[in-house]
Write a protein that binds this ligand. Structure first.
Ligand SMILES: O=C(O)CCC(=O)C(=O)O
Ligand SMILES: [Fe+2]
Length: 367
């Protein structure tokens, strides 16, 4: 019998599922692969060429930079200027870097070290935390969408869920308990400031975003991107936009994070002590496209590990099923609603079922 292309494809799909399962069962992540001595990346990590398009650091984009906003003096007269810079950045780039934001450099450095310590523990210790159950308050895993995506990313992660800002510190692994605890305390203060600044940048009263309770749960995901022996075949993170209302991101000094701007991948150059804020899909939805949730990705690199921590902000536990739609403040005859109402639970479920496949989840909610 002739073997048709279709049969061959099905067979490779079957193999992929099996290889993914076997890899997942090791509970050792990408770090475990490297520790076992691989020099060629397993094919479950190989991305199709369209994902890898211009996947090399391009110095020509260096003059073209995500806005850097200095929060210094926001309490004494600079407030209005900062509101205007944030508004412009949120409407165009969807991303900005923040300096003098009030989170001490020592807390940031210690956070990076804590994440490194967790991921560099012996495999047997880390395995205890390995889980794909989103109800676990703290879990370690390799690729949240491993069983859904067509190509896996070269990274491992640990996720911590701060429902309504609360997470018993005893729930965190001892090696990073203090680092994460101290960092999150500072980050929640910064998020409250950002909530006021973003509200005003939307032309609303400073307590507006707090009053609709869209950012009271924090989900912290700490990534570890080991060095990659074949960086041209895979990615650290596939092109995606975040399902949150707002994300605050910390990256170390390795680089590799890129944001899509006017169809060009632009490097977000690491700055010591800086934090990055980006608008999430649900913020774009409620502002009826005024603020943009912009696609970004992380390159795999021959240097590493690279460490980052993304903190996603969502509604409080009580409001996970509360409908959010385009706010009346952004609607008029000329600006009809673009999206239907949805709630965090529904959005998250759709996002998870789709996996990070290089396309945005937001158009699915268009009217
Ligand atoms: O590691 C990074 O810099 C980005 C991570 C990210 O985009 C995410 O977790 O959504
Ligand atoms: Fe992201």
């Amino acid at each position: 019998m002739e073997v048709t292309g279709e049969v061959a494809d099905n067979r490779s799909d079957y193999d992929r599922a099996k290889e993914v399962e076997e890899f997942d069962e090791t509970k050792a992540g990408v770090k475990g692969l490297l520790d076992s001595g691989v020099v060629k990346i397993p094919r479950i990590f190989i991305h199709p060429p369209e994902n890898l398009q211009s996947a090399s650091l391009d110095t020509s984009s260096l003059h073209f930079q995500v806005p850097v906003i200095d929060f210094d003096g926001f309490a004494s007269g600079r407030w209005k200027g900062i509101v205007s810079e944030i508004g412009k950045a949120a409407e165009t780039w969807g991303f900005f870097q923040m300096v003098n934001h009030g989170v001490p450099v020592s807390v940031i450095d210690e956070m990076i070290e804590g994440v490194r310590r967790f991921h560099e523990q012996p495999r047997e210790v880390k395995m205890e935390w390995y889980s794909r159950d989103p109800k676990e308050r703290v879990r370690y895993y390799c690729n949240g969408d491993l069983h859904v995506s067509k190509a896996a990313n070269w990274r491992d992660s640990i996720a911590c869920n701060y429902d309504d800002y609360l997470l018993d510190s005893d729930a965190l692994p001892l090696v990073c308990r203090k680092s994460i605890g101290d960092y999150m305390e500072c980050l929640i203060t910064l998020k409250k400031t950002l909530s006021k600044l973003l509200s005003e940048a939307l032309g609303l009263s400073s307590d507006f975003l707090a009053s609709i309770d869209c950012m009271k749960t924090a989900s912290l995901v700490c990534h570890y991107y080991p060095f990659c022996p074949e960086p041209d075949l895979t990615l650290g993170a596939t092109k995606h936009s975040d399902p949150s209302f707002l994300t605050i991101l910390l990256q170390d000094n390795i680089g590799g994070l890129q944001v899509l701007n006017q169809n060009t991948w632009v490097d977000i150059v690491p700055m010591k002590g800086a934090l990055i804020a980006n608008i999430g899909d649900l913020m774009q939805l409620i502002t009826n496209d005024k603020f943009k949730s912009v696609e970004h990705r992380v390159l795999a690199r021959r240097v590493g590990p690279r460490i980052s921590a993304a903190c996603f902000f969502y509604p409080s536990t009580a409001n996970k099923s509360k409908p959010y739609g385009p706010l009346k403040e952004f609607l008029s005859e000329n600006n009809p609603p673009i999206y239907r109402e949805t709630h965090h639970r529904e959005y998250q479920a759709y996002y998870r079922s789709k996996g990070q496949d290089g396309t945005s989840a937001l158009p699915h909610f268009k009217l």
